[in-house]
Each structure stands twice: as structure tokens, then as C-alpha cells.
Ligand binder design. Structure first.
Ligand code: GLA
Length: 379
């Protein structure tokens, strides 16, 4: 859990913003809620010196990366940085190709705790070899550094990276849109690339649940909560990422966010679903048109249960629990609605009365929103 500069700020990063973000993470209770990594994304770089050592952009970071890392650590946070396995990053800054051990050494000397490693300009080098090389370089640096692989799922890292990265991106980049992808065109109107929507990514990441687990997570990209979607959409996005046991990397401006945004990203009961120690990614159990039913098995035998409305109309939903009995092949856990009664706490509306699976659930699910419950068997 942490924050990353890219979704909101792209190239507009500097040490003032990062220090203010560190302050906000502590003052607004985000660190306490679990968000510990403060990660710089692309475009922090200056040039390599004559010996090949990378330096920060002296205008954006005049005090230097070591001082920035010290400040971040003084707040109780951890420091993340970004590079690329190719010759240049996606933002055309120097990549780590040919400098892997040197860069890992430099990051460790700055106090870096997390590396996001991108895949632009890789010139068809072998992805497994490139990521393994940087993993070994990080290990050799002598500092524990979280290794976040970002090759967008192009080479199916879930099949080979379990002992290489701690997480791997499963898709292309997220955009701030719930339903529709955002297409980008150049000045001549020629198609360039697409940012995926929340639902696009959901549909790509869900089938990969068998590959995620403690120490090797599917990463459906950073959060867009607070960047312009509706409150309903933000709540649904956050919920679904928690159900998918995703890394929770905030991507909004923490210094100016609204109280509604803060309430979403600090909902401890929802975060607890994401961080649950069983470490099993949730599943889409059933889809009926725009309505989806999701479950996530939890360590203490509870289940997270979510109804998602993907459509543009509010929908009245009826759940007959006996139709939702199943055994999850990954956790081996069953929803025993035919044998046991479960009590369900509404995690987004704690003032609401608890539900019981002893009778049907009748509930209104607004457009682009969720209903989310934690179900516990009544002894
Ligand atoms: C790629 C990554 C993004 C971001 C940018 C930076 O597109 O997927 O998450 O890091 O590069 O240039």
C-alpha cells in the first residue's frame, strides 16, 4: 500500500510535491491506514555521469535523492523509485539497460525501498532475463527492495515471475474512466494508444486469480480514486481492487483531496479485505447482465460479498442465498448458505442494520456502484 506520482502528476513532480505528499500521508491518517510506500514514478531523472551513475534532475530535486529519502523515512514512510529495463524509460529518460547493478547500488545508497521496473524501449531483449537480472542486482545491493514489475502483462509474467517480482502489472495503463477506455490520438488524428477503464482492467485481471498469492501479486495498476470519477465509481473501483487483493497505490493529489475521497481510501474494514492474510484473490461468481456477484475468501472463514452494478441504471437486486452455494477451488472454502446462517455487515454503510442469510436479500444497487458485505457464520 502506498502512493505513486504518475496518475495525477506525470512529469510534474519535484521535491516540494513529494515532501508535501509525505506530510499529508502522515497528517491525514494514510500511513496509519497502511499506506507506507511513497513512490516516485517516471521523469525524476537527470543524466548519467561519466562513470555511468544516474543522477536526479537537479531542478526538480535540488536537495538530491538521498535527502528526499531521508525526509520520507523520517516520517515513517518508505521510499519508492522508478526505472525501466530498456535503454530509455517510457518518458524517454535513461533506462537501466546495461546499468542494472550500478543503478541498484545507487538506489540502495539513496535509501530506496521499492522499485517499479517498466518495459519501454527494451529492444526485444528477453523479459525473463531482464527482470531476473534486476532482481539479482537489487538483492546484491544488500537492501530489501520491493520489486514491482511493469511489463503490462505482455509476456504473461504470472506464468514465470513468481520468484522474480513481488508484483506484476497484468494490463496496460489505467485511465480515469469507469466504463469506457480512453483513446489517445496524435496531432494528425492518428491513433496512438489507449488507457483502460476500471471495468476493462477488472475483466482482464479477474481470470488471473490463481496466480496471485503472498509475495507475488497481480497488479491491476494504480488507483484513480479522487481523480475525477463520481463518488459511486470511486467506491466501486476501490472495492473491486480490494476484492482482487491488488496492491493499493493511491494516485491522487493527497494535499487537496475531498473528505469523500479520504473516507473511501481510509475505510479500514474494506482495506482489511485487501490485506487479508489468506492472500487469495477474489472471484466473480456470477454475472447477470450488468449485475455481478463477487466473493473473496478470508482467513478467519468469513467471506467478502459484493454486488456490482456495471450499468447506467439503478437496479433492485434480490439474492436467494441458496443459489450462491459454491466451493472455491483455490482456497478450498465453501459458502455454506444451505447449512449455516451468516450475518453480513455493510462495509460502506456501517449505520445500516446487519443482514442475515436466513432470508433473501433485497437491495438497491445504484449505477456504477457496489454493495459490500463481510459475511460471518453465526455460531
Ligand atoms: C508506463 C507505465 C505507467 C507509468 C508510465 C511512465 O506507461 O505503465 O504506469 O509508469 O510508463 O512513463
Amino acid at each position: 500500500m502506498g502512493w505513486n506520482s504518475w496518475n495525477k502528476f506525470e512529469d510534474k513532480i519535484n521535491e516540494k510535491l513529494i515532501r508535501e505528499t509525505a506530510d499529508a500521508m502522515v497528517e491525514k491518517g494514510l500511513l496509519e491506514a497502511g499506506y507506507i510506500y511513497l513512490n516516485l514514478d517516471d521523469l525524476w531523472h537527470g543524466e548519467r555521469d561519466g562513470q555511468g551513475f544516474i543522477h536526479e534532475d537537479p531542478e526538480k530535486f535540488p536537495s538530491g535523492m538521498k535527502a528526499l529519502g531521508d525526509y520520507i523515512h523520517s516520517k515513517g514512510l518508505k521510499f519508492g523509485i522508478y526505472s525501466d529495463g530498456g535503454t530509455m524509460t517510457c518518458g524517454c529518460e535513461p533506462g537501466s539497460f546495461g546499468h542494472e547493478y550500478q543503478d541498484a547500488y545507487t538506489y540502495a545508497s539513496w535509501g530506496v525501498d521499492y522499485l517499479k521496473y517498466d518495459w519501454c524501449n527494451h529492444r526485444d531483449i528477453n523479459p525473463k532475463g531482464a527482470y531476473r537480472l534486476m532482481r539479482d542486482a537489487l538483492r546484491a545491493s544488500g537492501r530489501p527492495i520491493f520489486f514491482s514489475m511493469c511489463e503490462w502483462g505482455s509476456n504473461k509474467p504470472w506464468l514465470w515471475a513468481e520468484d522474480i517480482g513481488h508484483s506484476w502489472r497484468t494490463t496496460g495503463d489505467i485511465g480515469c474512466s469507469f466504463v469506457d477506455p480512453i483513446h489517445h490520438y496524435d496531432e494528425n488524428g492518428k491513433y496512438v494508444w489507449t488507457k483502460l477503464s476500471v471495468l476493462n482492467i477488472l475483466d482482464r485481471n479477474e481470470p488471473l486469480r490463481q496466480y496471485a498469492g503472498p509475495g507475488h501479486w497481480n497488479d491491476p495498476d494504480m488507483l484513480e480514486v479522487g481523480n475525477g470519477m463520481s463518488v459511486n465509481e470511486d467506491r466501486a473501483h476501490f472495492t473491486l481492487w480490494c476484492l482482487m487483493a491488488a496492491p493499493l497505490l493511491l494516485g491522487n493529489d493527497l494535499t487537496t483531496m475531498t473528505d469523500e475521497t479520504l473516507a473511501i481510501i481510509t475505510n479500514k474494514a474494506v482495506i482489511a479485505l485487501d490485506q487479508d492474510r489468506l492472500g487469495v484473490q477474489g472471484l466473480r461468481f456470477r454475472r447477470n447482465g450488468d449485475i455481478e456477484y463477487w466473493f473473496k475468501p478470508l482467513q478467519n472463514g468469513d467471506w467478502a460479498f459484493c454486488i456490482l452494478n456495471r450499468g447506467s441504471e439503478d437496479v433492485k437486486v434480490k439474492v436467494n442465498w441458496k443459489d450462491f452455494c459454491f466451493t472455491d477451488s483455490i482456497s478450498g472454502m465453501s459458502t455454506d448458505f444451505d447449512k449455516l446462517v451468516y450475518k453480513g455487515v455493510n462495509l460502506w454503510d456501517t449505520a445500516a442494520a446487519a443482514i442475515s442469510t436466513s432470508s433473501d436479500l433485497d437491495v438497491d444497487v445504484p449505477s456504477h456502484d457496489v454493495k459490500l458485505y463481510r459475511l460471518s457464520a453465526v455460531k
